[in-house]
Structure formats: structure tokens, C-alpha cells
Design a protein around this ligand. Sequence first.
Ligand SMILES: *Cc1c(COP(=O)(O)O)cnc(C)c1O
Length: 454
Amino acid sequence: MDAREAALRQAYGHAVRWLASLSGRRVPARASVEEVVRALGPDLPDGPSPPAEVVDLLATACEPGLTAFPSGRFYGFVVGGGEPAALAADWLVSAWDQNSVMRQVSPAHTAVEDIAEAWLLELLGLPGGSAVGFTTGATMANFTCLAAARDEVLRRAGWDVARDGLTGAPRLRVLVGEGRHMAIDLALRYLGLGRPEPVEADDQGRIVPEALVRALGDGGPAPTVVALQAGEIHSGAFDPFRETVDAAHAVGAWVHIDGAFGLWAAASPRYAHLTEGCERADSWATDAHKTLNVPYDCGLAVVRDPGALRAAMGLHGPYLIHDDERGDPFEKVPELSRRGRAFTVWAVLRSLGRSGVAALVERLCRHAEAFAEGIARIDGARVLNDVVFTQVCAVFGDDGRTERVLSRLLDDGTAWISGSTWRDRRVMRISVSNWSTTDEDVARTLAAIRRCAA
Ligand SMILES: *Cc1c(COP(=O)(O)O)cnc(C)c1O
């Protein structure tokens, strides 16, 4: 057995033990940063060590400091877990080590990406023929789509951003709902567009259509981008697309939708109504590492007009091998070299099939409803949002009391749930996004919440 194979076997053993520990272990980490540093040893070694020993040291020293993100009882932020086929495929992605930058250099990756693209568009109910870029996450997917948007609306106003930059360009308006995710603001900063104009949202964080129409009419015709949202991180609410997308198009605006976790509602016949009208937009950003549960990192930037995306992200290098007819993967994302992200996406879609993806979405929503019902029965607790998708926000009295329940819950260790501030109140924010969460996980977590609230 050579050193590489020995290291891989060592990694396999540790990975399998880690995954097997998830159902029973405390969700928060047991060790502190300092403890892990001590276990690893802070000093750079003078010479080489056998790879298998290095893997063993890494896994052994890190294990107590790992947070059980892939546990069925992790409900913080919005995270997914590694669905089995996707996780296993991800190991192959590292072993195969394909640089997925050019179409013609890895026929296998190109074939898989082509198939995955078509499947994604079908499942998400988006226009066939749209371009799909595989990014690191939804932040970069939003950035990618908004770059195409910026360049295209300014091009229509007679301005070439790629050639002339933004200095002296016509003013570009970017309208967003007050309830948007801050990743939109970050993407706009990267793009040199500064702060967007916030438009009133309702108590669930949905943009108010009449307020958007008013804002679109203000200040005369100008190049405009409207960024809407499918899935608000506190309430899970969806912007009313039917009442907003056409209104924005009527004044020539580009409509982008951030659907990092929510866009997947479209894959379920029971929840597809939430995304109705969203297919008429111009671009969509989503994550595969949230609702679809592929390992980090994988976001998806979808743009209806492949030419607009290529104009924003494409380039020509004398040493690259270009596919001028079909375009190359790197012309759809910000980076050049990248791992073969389409392999894991293909694997989870092939593993679940159409009905499996729908069942996954429906299961997450069913667990969210169970959380809302269970919490509503706790003395003094109240669910603040209309639970329409996978998110639940609850209070347990005043801010101080909610905060104490949250901190006891972390000490209890059964589950990991983050706090947040929503509608001027401290809230417990539950996001159900892991494929492996079971009814029993929900019941155990509710029992822990009840203990902590008492
Ligand atoms: C998570 C999230 C993002 C950012 O996605 P990353 O994959 O973390 O970059 C953007 N928008 C929404 C609505 C999100 O939930």
C-alpha cells in the first residue's frame, strides 16, 4: 500500500466514525480553539511526516472541536448536510482533481455539467437554455448574476462597462426589498454600485408591490435593476413575484431573484406556488449547499440570456482552449480554476430523482411546521412568523428571557439553534435545511427547548 492509499484509508476511517457519531453526539463542539491548537501542536515541523500520520493527527486533534453542522439537529443560519451520494461524489471530485475551467479539457466534467444544468432548470422551473454557473455559494451567485445585470442595463443605455468601467457611467438604480439578505449589498459593493434603494417590506419581509411600483416610477427612466427574494431568512417568506416582475419589466428593469434556499420550493408540487411568477425574471441565484444538501461549496448563478452572462464574465487568454460555440464553464463564473462542482450536484439529483427532491423540500417544511406547533404549546412562547417554508422565528417572553433560553439550549447540547434580531425583538431562529433530520430529531429538540424554557 503506498503512502497515498494509506492516507486515504485513514481519512475514510475517521470520516465514517465522524458520520456515525452524529446521531448521538452533542451538536456544539466540546473543545475550544486553544485546546485544538494545543492538540495539533503550534510549531511548523522541521521535516516531513507520513501522510497517514498527518491525517490521523488532524482528525484526532480536531474531533472535539468540530461542530456537528451535518447533524439532523443543527438548525442555525441556513446550512445543509452532505446527502450520501453527493458526499461520496465529492470525495471523487478531490481524487479526480479536474480543473473544470474549460469545456474541451475534461469531457467527463463537461458532460456532467451539461446534464446537471438541464436538470436544475427543469426542477427549478426556470427557462430552458438559461446559463448556469457553478459558484462557491449564493453570495458569489448573486454577484455573478448582478454583474450580468449591471453590464446589460448599462449597455442598453449606451455604456460599455467592460471597456469604460463605471467612472462617468449613467446612474444605475438598484431597488431591493427591505427584507433582502445582506449578501445582495455585499455583491453590489463588489460591483462598485454602492448601497441599493430599499423598498418597503411587509411584516414577513416581503416587498410591497405598490411600494415597488411607486419607486420604479420615481425619478424618470433610468437603467434599473430590481433584486427580489425567494425565501427570507427569518420568516422564509417569498416576494410576490406575479405582482412585481412584470411591473419591473414594464420600465425596462432587469429582475434578479435571490433564492439561496427558497428557490427549491419550485421543485415541490406542494410548495411551487410560492415561486409562481419567478420564472419570468432575468436571473436567479441559489445554493446547492443549502436545501439540495451537497457539501460545501456550491452555489448556482442562473441567467436567462447566456450572452449577457458571457459578456460579464468571459475573457480570452492565448493559452486557454476555447469553445467559442458553446462557451466555457469559466465564462459563467468569477473565477478561472475551480473544482468539479457539477459532479456532486449531478450525484444528488441522480440519487433523489424528481420525486426525491420534492420529498426533501416537503420534509424540511413539515419539520418546520412541527417546530412551530411544538413551540406554540410552550408556556410564554410565541411563533412570530407565518411558517410557509423552512424557517421558524419564536420568542419566549421579553428579549432577556429569549436570550436565556437560547444560551441554555447551547449548554444543553441536544441541538444548535441561533438567535437573531427580527422586527426589533430577540428571536430564536430555526432553519430546517438538513436532509437527515428525522421526526425523532425534531421531537428531541422540542423536548430540549421545553426543558430550557422551563
Ligand atoms: C445563505 C444566503 C445567502 C448567501 O449564501 P452563501 O452560500 O452563504 O454565500 C444569500 N441569500 C440568502 C437568502 C441566503 O439564505
